[in-house]
Design a protein. Sequence first.
Length: 323
Amino acid sequence: MCGPHAIPEAPARLGRFLSDGHHGQMGWMGERVAWRGDPRALWPECRSVVMLAHSYAPEHDPLDDVGRAGTGAVSVYAQGRDYHDVVKKALKRVGRWLVEEAGCAIKVFVDTAPVMEKPLAQAAGLGWQGKHTNLLSRDWGNWAFLGAIFTTLELEPDAPEGEHCGSCTKCLDICPTDAFPAPFRLDATRCVSYLTIEHRGPVDPALRRGIGNRVYGCDDCLAVCPWNKFAVAAADLRYHGPHRAPSLGALVTLDDAGFRARFAGSPIKRIGRDRMVRNALYAIGNDLRDGGDPALAEVARELVDDPDEGVADAARWAVEQVA
Ligand code: B12
Ligand code: SF4
Ligand code: SF4
């Protein structure tokens, strides 16, 4: 729990992120900036913020899937059911209880609203923002989604959590695209998560090698964090889903209908067929460069005239990578 004025340093830090252009094509981050930095600007009646963390800790080491020939790596958060639905239901349950017990008004948020969930969660004592910028805890590591309940109720705030990264730099060192200009700061335009999920059109060729076989998101900086030794695999089985390590051959041959059917109910659905096929072609190019199965070059060749320019460009690039 924290008060609505608990993150006074966040607006300036968000301002710097934006003025440095670190948001890339995520133009929506530059909208409603005042709301992002201050829950009271978003909802003047808000008196307290209740923050929730929902574990999606994996049963396996996500780094095992990185660089595996012929398959794509999908970030843990997207291997099962869409967390927006799961977390929102959990938030609404808690919110309904609050309303019934205290007769207050509430608003619930998961990810899609102009709310800065990580600094709020730190202010509410759930954990701290590590050098990789995600929220982590000494009890459950960094595998948790965040959600927020804004309420008109005055609640006793919890003590904010301090930082416990110390001299560790594991997350900064492993990043395949060098996306951290400094500890605690991310240049999203270099982050594989941004490149594979948010970025439309061709990716800067200089960053394609770093994408490796990651076809949706990236977990490297999360997976190396030593605090995960305290994480217990998520009890919610909906997160341990079917989309881990898909075959690259199967991904690149998807059409729109096939893509939608395969990823119904998953957060992956949001990126659409074109972006997924583009990502799979970068993975194929990297696989071929490492001496992978030449049959994949033939599959890529069939897409060099795809109507989507991102796909066609990625297909041409993939074919050129044959070792
Ligand atoms: C935009 C966004 C992205 C962008 C940008 C990420 C980023 N770090 O900003 C991209 C697409 C890259 C992304 C990727 C991922 N995301 Co995301 N994303 C968001 C979103 C929508 C907004 C984040 C935001 O406001 N960024 C703007 C920057 C300025 O804010 P910030 O990251 O808090 O930055 C702080 C630090 O830079 C710090 N800071 C700056 N300077 C300094 C200096 C010092 C000295 C210090 C101490 C601190 C400091 O202060 C800033 C303000 O608090 C949130 C949901 C939400 N509404 O909050 C989810 C969210 C952060 N994402 C989430 C997840 C799971 C991911 C991925 C792990 C997914 C994946 N596996 O691919 C990756 C992780 C990549 C990474 N290393 O951050 C979760 C994180 C949960 C958690 N435990 O923290 C969130 C909270 C969604 C959710 N509801 O659960 N994401
Ligand atoms: S998610 Fe991957 S690319 Fe993005 S900062 Fe972390 S390690 Fe780097
Ligand atoms: S890997 Fe190390 S530096 Fe990075 S968040 Fe974890 S403890 Fe902090």
